[in-house]
Design a protein around this ligand. Sequence first.
Ligand SMILES: C[S@@+](CC[C@H](N)C(=O)[O-])C[C@H]1O[C@@H](n2cnc3c(N)ncnc32)[C@H](O)[C@@H]1O
Length: 239
Amino acid sequence: MSAIMSRRSVAIPVPLSASPYSGIALRLYDAFVLNFTSPFAWGCRKKTISELYRQRVSVRHAEVGVGSGYFLKRLPRKQWESLALIDPNRSALSFVKRRLPATLSVEYNADILRCETLPSVRFQSVAANYVLHCLPGPMAEKDIAIENLASLLVDDGTLFGATVLGASEKHNALGRIVMGVCNRTGAFGNVDDTEEGLRRLLSQHFMTVDIRREGTVAIFVASQPRRSMRSLVDTRDAQ
Ligand SMILES: C[S@@+](CC[C@H](N)C(=O)[O-])C[C@H]1O[C@@H](n2cnc3c(N)ncnc32)[C@H](O)[C@@H]1O
């Protein structure tokens, strides 16, 4: 019997942004994306992101867009009170569950663009690392994802992560090739993404927003979610 939770009785459809993350692609993810594309196409070292996780992960954490689970796996041993793994792709959820064998996690088959699929519990920290650039653009369309991420947090909670910015950046040749291929296949939707656009979206849903840059990647930390009417309904703190 599957231990993957869902607010629906059937698996949710896997969006194009999540479809690459299964089988061999998932097994090669760390080598190809984190050791190669991230430093050489985007100019962002995985050491920087590991450090962000070390500083920001809390003991009541939700990981949105789990991928291979590399950054969770690299954390110093944590006494989790709750750890939620959230992804529309069940292969990724199962892969990360196996990679964190001693960790009591709860997996949610859910899509950050669809609030009705998300858990109705709140967390102290939420990571969405290398997820926003995967979501379909233009950037304004990602507002719903930021609102949904905010709704997963307690009042003094923190969202953090990194995202690859779009075509207005000075991408190198490798970056332009990867951007082109990924945007054509629907694995990315970031052509239009800018640092200012990201700041605007985050500021609409959080009181405190910090964005810094490494290469063409924006590294963000946003705290104290502003409450929309919707997020006040049907949520409780993670136990
Ligand atoms: C590039 S990987 C990032 C993996 C990991 N967070 C990391 O930093 O290496 C993108 C992840 O986001 C997930 N994803 C894509 N679209 C999503 C959506 N609409 N809602 C939630 N997760 C999504 C994918 O399935 C995949 O696990």
